[in-house]
Design a binder for this molecule. Structure first.
Ligand SMILES: Cc1cc2nc3c(=O)[nH]c(=O)nc-3n(C[C@H](O)[C@H](O)[C@H](O)COP(=O)(O)OP(=O)(O)OC[C@H]3O[C@@H](n4cnc5c(N)ncnc54)[C@H](O)[C@@H]3O)c2cc1C
Length: 565
């Protein structure tokens, strides 16, 4: 509590100082300074101090300036003065100077918060006392999976257990970086460099021991995890890891619903390598189509079918459509009408996670840019060069599957209770019932909200919050205190549907079942601001910002980076 109070005071002071940047745009000194104090205190409480992270703090807080501008200046202030918010092109131009003020506010807030934290640490010592050594035998917490759930669980455990040297935290993952999936479609669409959306686990985690390896089995009786640490190498290198607490955070895989030909011929869209393969394949299709003389064969090469109209499918269709149409100038023998991007979806509207009006808006905007929709249609089969639908067949050389996922198949091998999707059943505290010290979260777990009793969706937004609760609960268990139930209300959802267009539905705090809806350029700004703020690590943020800036001035890159054979 004392820690949070100290952060709030320092953040409040930083917020007051930073809000001077907003005065020229907003006027009204007293309310603006008060608002600065509240925002500064909130920012400092939520982020916490990291020694010498000046640039990181400035960029993170600077990125938050964009959504704050949208929510406060574009929406809340007009509403308070009795007007409806407007985002016509003319209005947006007048809002632009205020946006600059908000970004400056964020940058200054980040800088001042860092400065004040450094001064406070020198004057009254760091937030946390140095850890005292203790010779009792160490307990080992093993986390399986280095995605949103696993990495955040390790980060939160480091924070929770910083005073307890008797615990060793180990994280095992197949990849050595966290993949920031919300930006994966931008890699497939050649807007972002692949490595720029992956954050190295070793750099992010300080106390956690990291092992890159594949979990092959878990011996629950003897509390041991079996690993193959030879990924990519010729020789198998098996090892065993014992645990006191075990956390399953293995995520999900594509589920082809028994369509074996589709599984053989389609691209997955879950990992970084999937996105790289899709991008390279699209370029390959353009290269072949450019020298193809038969018009029908050319059209088949240039038809890209995406199965699934959820977030991943829609974002990918939007990005591929922009990419394919954006590189036409480099291929003189290909006409615009030869290119087809087709989205197949089993329901009668896309984006069922958003309200109907936003789903329809997304569809209209994408259709206007050339994307074709096959709604209320199922993917039935696939053959070389043909995608078979429930009511038709489309000649196409490219099929991407985003229409179904299932929990990681390793869960099937475990002697633990699962739901009908195969997700590990956990109680409200995220503990696996009747196996003390075993926990599960994220996409591989069936998590139920402790307050509402609703099933939590398999999204990064929930995985991050589950990780924070799980870390607190492991600590409580180690200290012999009761664990608490997991509760989180969704903050909303954002989806990019193509160049400079997005849809956003944000939950209004404390107002049940009501949401604010945004679309078009404003929602796209919000998407970029929010996700840039959430992308872990300053270096990655800067790299992504540079990619986005380069994209404004130069055509899409068509260099093939891997050999598809
Ligand atoms: C294209 C796309 C876009 C998305 N966009 C959004 C979005 O905008 N907002 C949102 O909230 N959610 C989004 N999601 C969903 C989000 O990515 C997942 O809900 C989230 O990643 C779940 O986190 P997790 O840690 O449970 O699983 P993951 O992040 O998938 O992590 C699983 C980890 O386990 C590792 N692993 C798997 N098997 C093994 C094994 N046998 N041995 C060792 N390690 C193993 C993997 O390498 C990985 O590191 C998106 C998903 C996709 C695919």
């Amino acid at each position: 509590m004392q820690r949070l109070f100290r952060r709030a005071i320092l953040g409040g002071i930083a917020g007051i100082a930073a809000s001077l940047a907003l005065l020229p745009a907003l006027g009204h000194p007293v309310p603006v300074l008060l608002m600065g104090a509240v925002l500064g205190a909130g920012y400092a409480v939520l982020t916490g101090p990291t020694p010498e992270a000046y640039i990181d703090n400035m960029f993170t807080a600077g990125a938050y300036g964009v959504p704050l501008w949208a929510v406060i200046s574009v929406i809340a202030l007009p509403l308070f003065s009795g007007q409806m918010p407007e985002w016509s092109a003319e209005q947006m131009r007048s809002h632009f100077s205020v946006l600059v003020g908000w970004v400056l506010f964020g940058l200054t807030l980040g800088l001042f918060t860092q400065l004040l934290n450094e001064v406070a640490a020198r004057v009254s010592g760091p937030e946390v006392e140095p850890v005292a050594e203790n010779n009792s035998p160490k307990k080992r917490i093993v986390i399986l999976g280095g995605g949103f759930a696993g990495m955040t669980a390790a980060e939160c455990l480091e924070r929770e257990l910083q005073k307890d040297p008797s615990v060793v935290i180990t994280l095992v993952s197949e990849t050595n970086a966290l993949l920031f999936t919300p930006m994966l479609a931008e890699v497939a669409g050649s807007s972002l460099e692949p490595s720029h959306i992956s954050t190295p686990l070793r750099t992010t985690l300080h106390r956690t021991e990291f092992i890159r390896g594949r979990v092959t089995a878990v011996d629950m009786e003897n509390k041991r995890v079996l690993l193959d640490a030879s990924i990519g190498g010729a020789e198998s290198c098996e090892s065993v890891l014992s645990y006191d607490h075990l956390v399953f955070a293995l995520g999900a895989v594509s589920n082809y619903l028994g369509l074996s030909n589709v599984q053989r011929l389609a691209f997955d869209f879950k990992s970084l390598i999937d996105a790289i393969r899709i991008r390279n394949h699209v370029i390959e299709m353009f290269e072949r189509a450019d020298r193809e003389r038969d018009p029908e064969a050319r059209k088949t090469l240039l038809t890209f079918v995406i199965a699934g109209g959820g977030f991943a499918g829609v974002e990918l269709a939007g990005a591929l459509n922009d990419f394919a149409r954006g590189i036409l100038a480099d291929y003189p023998n290909i006409r615009r009408e030869d290119v087809r991007v087709v989205l197949v979806h089993a329901r009668d509207r896309i984006l069922p996670e958003l309200s109907e009006s936003l789903g329809r808006y997304a569809q209209q905007r994408m259709e206007a840019r050339g994307v074709e929709f096959r709604l209320s249609t199922r993917l039935a089969d696939a053959r070389e060069g043909v995608v078979v639908l429930s009511d038709d067949a489309i000649p196409a050389e490219t099929l991407v599957w985003t229409a179904g996922t299932a929990p990681n198949p390793l869960t099937k091998t475990l002697p633990l209770e699962k739901d009908k999707r195969g997700a590990l059943i956990v109680d409200k505290t995220l503990a696996v019932p009747s196996h003390a010290g075993v926990w599960a979260l994220g996409d591989c777990a069936a998590v139920v909200d402790a307050k509402t009793g609703k099933h939590c969706p398999p999204t990064a937004q929930f995985a991050l919050r589950e990780a924070a609760t799980l870390a607190k609960n492991i600590r409580a268990t180690l200290e012999g205190r009761p664990a608490r139930g997991f509760h989180f209300e969704s903050l909303g959802a954002l989806c990019v549907v193509g160049h400079q267009t997005a849809c956003a539905e944000l939950t209004i705090p404390f107002v049940r079942d009501k949401a604010m809806r945004f679309s078009g350029l404003l929602a796209w700004f919000m998407w970029r601001g929010i996700y840039l703020g959430k992308l872990p690590g300053l270096e990655r943020k800067v790299r992504v910002l540079v990619d986005w800036t380069v994209e404004l001035f130069f055509p899409k890159d068509i260099v093939q980076t891997i050999d598809l054979k």
